[in-house]
Write a protein that binds this ligand. Structure first.
Ligand code: AQP
Length: 333
C-alpha cells in the first residue's frame, strides 16, 4: 500500500472551507486505500504567538474536527506532531542540507513575513518548510494531500530528499504532492481572487466550518459576485460565481455543468441560497460530532496517544537509518 502523510495547524478555532476542500476531504478518501498518517502540527503553530491554553484547546478541536469530518482512527494513524521528537531531530538534519537561498524563495514565508514585518517574523517561520519536509520524509510518504498553496513546499521536500539520497545513499522515499485539481484552491468570498485564509484581514469571506448556520448563511448570501446574472463557470471574468460553483460541486457531488444547467435563467440570489443550503447541511452534523468528541477529552487523548505510538514505530526507524547514513555513532538502546 502506498503511504500518505499530511498535517494541519491548530491555529484557528475552526478549520475553514479551504482547509477542508483543499486538504482534509482528500485525507478522508485516501485512508481507504493508503497507509495514511495524519497529524495536528502543533510545533508549526508555534511560529505564530499563541496563548498556551488556546493552543491546547485548538489542538484538541483540530483533532476532534478531523475525526468528525471522517478520519477513522482504525483506518489511519492520527497523532500530534509534538508527541514525536523525531520530527525536530530530522528537521535539524534537513536544515543542514537546505540552502539559505532556497529557503528564502518560499513564497509563503515572503508573504507572511511581509505582512507581519521583519521585527515580528520569527526564525521558525523561515525554517517551517524544512520541518514540514521532515514531517513528510520521516514517514517515507509517497503522497502528500495538500492544497495548491503548498505545492512549493512539497517541491522543496523532494529536492531535500533527492539531495540526501544522492549524498548519503538511498534513505528517503521522494514524495509527490497529491492536489485534487477541482478544489485545489478555494477563494475568499469577499475577495474571490485571493485564497480563503484564516489570516485574511477580514473574516467576512471565510467560511469556518464550526460556525453557527446563520453566520455562514449570511456570509454566503453576501459573497461578492460579478457583473451579469448568469451562473456560469468562468474563473477569469466571474471569479466569485466560479468559486461558489466549485464549493457547491465539491460538497454536493453535482458536476459544475449540471449546476450551470440547473441555474440557467435563475439569478445569483437563488444560486447563493442553494450554496448556503448545501454548506449548512454538510457541516451541521460535523459540528455536532466535534462537540461530542470534545466532551470526552480522555477518550480523544487516548486516540491521539495510540496514534503517536503507531507513528513512533515508523519515525524512529527512519531516524535511525538517517543517522546511520550520516555517520553519527549510534547510542546503545
Ligand atoms: N483556500 C484554500 N484552498 C485550498 N486549500 C487550502 N488550504 C489552506 N487554505 C486553502 C490547505 O489546508 C491545509 C492545511 O494547511 P495549514 O494547516 O497550513 O493551514 P494554513 O495553510 O495555514 O491555512 P490558511 O488559512 O491558508 O492559513 P494562513 O493564513 O496561515 O495562510 C493545507 O494542505 C493547505 O494547502
Amino acid at each position: 500500500m502506498k503511504r500518505v502523510l499530511s498535517g494541519i495547524q491548530p491555529t484557528a478555532d475552526s478549520f475553514h472551507l479551504g482547509n477542508y476542500l483543499g486538504a482534509v476531504k482528500q485525507w478522508v478518501d485516501l485512508q481507504k486505500d493508503h497507509d495514511a498518517f495524519y497529524c495536528v502540527v502543533d510545533l508549526h503553530a508555534l511560529t505564530v504567538e499563541t496563548e498556551p491554553a488556546l493552543l491546547r484547546r485548538r489542538t484538541l478541536v483540530a483533532a476532534a474536527q478531523l475525526i468528525a469530518l471522517g478520519l477513522d482512527p482504525s483506518k489511519c494513524t492520527l497523532f500530534i506532531q509534538s508527541h514525536l521528537s523525531e520530527h525536530n531531530q530530522l528537521g535539524w538534519v534537513l536544515e543542514c542540507l537546505a540552502g539559505f537561498g532556497e529557503a528564502s524563495r518560499m513564497t509563503q514565508f515572503k508573504d507572511k513575513s511581509q505582512k507581519s514585518g521583519a521585527d515580528r517574523t520569527v526564525v521558525g517561520l523561515f525554517t517551517y518548510p524544512i520541518l514540514q519536509a521532515a514531517d513528510i520524509m520521516l514517514y517515507q510518504a509517497h503522497r502528500v494531500p495538500v492544497g495548491e498553496d503548498q505545492r512549493q513546499h512539497i517541491e522543496l521536500t523532494r529536492d531535500l530528499g533527492q539531495r540526501f539520497n544522492s549524498r548519503y545513499g538511498e534513505t528517503f522515499v521522494i514524495p509527490e504532492a497529491h492536489i485534487m485539481k477541482s478544489a485545489a484552491k478555494i477563494n475568499d468570498l469577499q475577495d474571490p481572487t485571493a485564497k480563503m485564509s484564516k489570516s485574511s484581514a477580514s473574516n467576512a469571506g471565510v467560511i469556518d466550518i464550526l460556525d453557527a448556520t446563520d453566520i455562514n448563511v449570511k456570509k454566503i448570501k453576501s459573497a461578492v459576485t460579478d457583473a451579469g446574472k448568469e451562473v456560469v463557470f468562468d474563473e477569469k471574468n466571474k471569479p466569485g460565481i466560479s468559486n461558489l460553483l466549485t464549493i457547491h460541486s465539491a460538497l454536493s457531488g453535482i458536476s459544475i455543468t449540471e449546476l450551470e444547467n440547473e441555474f440557467a435563467g435563475k439569478g445569483y440570489g437563488d444560486f447563493k441560497g442553494a450554496v448556503a443550503d448545501v454548506v449548512t447541511a454538510y457541516f451541521a452534523p460535523v459540528r455536532e460530532k466535534t462537540q461530542q468528541l470534545l466532551a470526552d477529552e480522555a477518550a480523544l487523548l487516548k486516540i491521539l496517544n495510540d496514534g503517536s505510538q503507531k507513528a513512533r514505530a515508523v519515525a524512529s526507524a527512519t531516524l535511525d537509518k538517517t543517522y546511520a547514513a550520516l555517520g553519527l555513532v549510534p547510542r546503545n538502546k
